[in-house]
Ligand binder design. Sequence first.
Ligand SMILES: C[S@@+](CC[C@H](N)C(=O)[O-])C[C@H]1O[C@@H](n2cnc3c(N)ncnc32)[C@H](O)[C@@H]1O
Length: 520
Amino acid sequence: MLPIERIDTAVTALHSEGRFAWEQEPLPDKYPPQSDIRILSLLHFSGNLPNTPIAGVLSTLGLSFWCPPLLSPNISSTRSCFCTMAEMQDSHNEMGLYTPNPEVRGMTCLNRDAFNKTIHVPVIKVKKEIINRLMKSLKHRLIQRPSLKRVIEDPKDEVNKLVLLDPYKVKSIDSFAESDHALFKQFDVSPQVSQYELQLTYENFKCEEILRAVLPKGQDVTSGFSRVGHIAHMNLRDHQLPYKNVIGQVILDKNPGITSVVNKTNTIDSAYRNFQMEVLAGEENMITKVKENYVTYEFDFSKVYWNPRLATEHDRIIGLLKARDVLFDVFAGVGPFAIPAAKKNCTVYANDLNPESYKWLLHNCKLNKVERRVQTFNADGRDFIKTTIKKELLKYANVPSAEEKPSLHIAMNLPALAVEFLDAFKNLLEEEPCSSFIVPTIHCYSFSKDDDPLQDVKARAESFLGTTLEDCSLHLVRNVAPNKEMVCISFQLPTSVLFQSDTGEPESKRPRTAKESKLD
Ligand SMILES: C[S@@+](CC[C@H](N)C(=O)[O-])C[C@H]1O[C@@H](n2cnc3c(N)ncnc32)[C@H](O)[C@@H]1O
């Protein structure tokens, strides 16, 4: 909601940001008809309002947002309260110098020439020898378009060149601020503005502008993708599928470094958590290389699980480990916990059931020169717990001095199912005599669609362990989908779970934990 005299400033700022459309709204009834306040609605954007770049643009102008009470701060799901997408498209077109020709609408095979378009933009004449210095100071007034040269040679003029200005910011000489005039004076430049006929081509349009012009009016356009090495990974919705090849090609053209665009064709329900995918544009090769937290991984993206959104979580867990600690990774994938842990001088036991993941896990251990610190396994997680983890837990028991003992960590990142594997720890060491014992810390991941995801994950973990967890930490990893959270629960595995039999072994028979020993 803005004072009427500031609407124009805000509109100019919105234009300069480019990604946002806007519309003036009628005032609510409670305001007098001649009120000097107007509502300017921002359309077709999502995310947390105060974090959008537009918030920054407006705040530098001393303008702020107002959200009607019915809208939450994240208004993406409620934007239709303001207007329909079709209305938005109309307003976009009316003002859109940078809107491609209407003929491109509905194109299912990319024709780049159809985007050629002539527009008129303001220019000023500047002497060749001062052009670089002036351009720097006049940056805020220059036209901003992808791959567009902003300085034009004038074949008839040996002394001057033409500098292209932003048509939304400069209409005439009156558009310049005092500071601009001072600059012109300093450089002896005439502020006289003339119009230049500029040929825009496909190269000069942004990805979003092209797709918005091609897809049917009023339908949501997404040019969002996850990047995995050279691959752009999309998740197109049904209404976008007829245009999938155009979408793929535009993403490829507009994102340097991307040489393949794929669309997910199934929800991730295969046992190995990999996607089925269709190549929309570019190369078929899915063997790619990525860097995460300074570690390099290679893998076949079509055959293993990789999620670039887990980098922070991987780093968080690695941050809990010290050199000489031990990490058991039950669902290791291609190694994003295992390899950084080994690089930190931890001893690592990494397991994955998918033979392809196992193959790339081995490859990545070698690639990162940590193969001597990582033992790899290709087993079901439950078997891995009952054999390898059991054997190694016993090895780390019976070590005389508490000081020499490392911390033991067990990572279980298979969020759809991992909590169900927790029951494999029940009575794991029941028969085994040990004089002392290191309690391992489990980091188990789970999805939750519950209103209280943290409590839900805790309750389910407790149910599979058959005990209550007095002391655990719960961490919200990320929002996977609307109403679906990924949660990590970390806790010291209660010795009562490991040692007590189902029939109720007396507590006195179990060995003391390292913590308990330290209390002596
Ligand atoms: C969500 S991914 C996690 C991979 C890796 N830890 C990460 O954080 O990116 C789960 C992994 O568990 C593996 N997996 C699925 N079922 C399994 C099972 N029953 N036993 C062992 N691994 C399994 C999949 O192949 C996949 O690599």
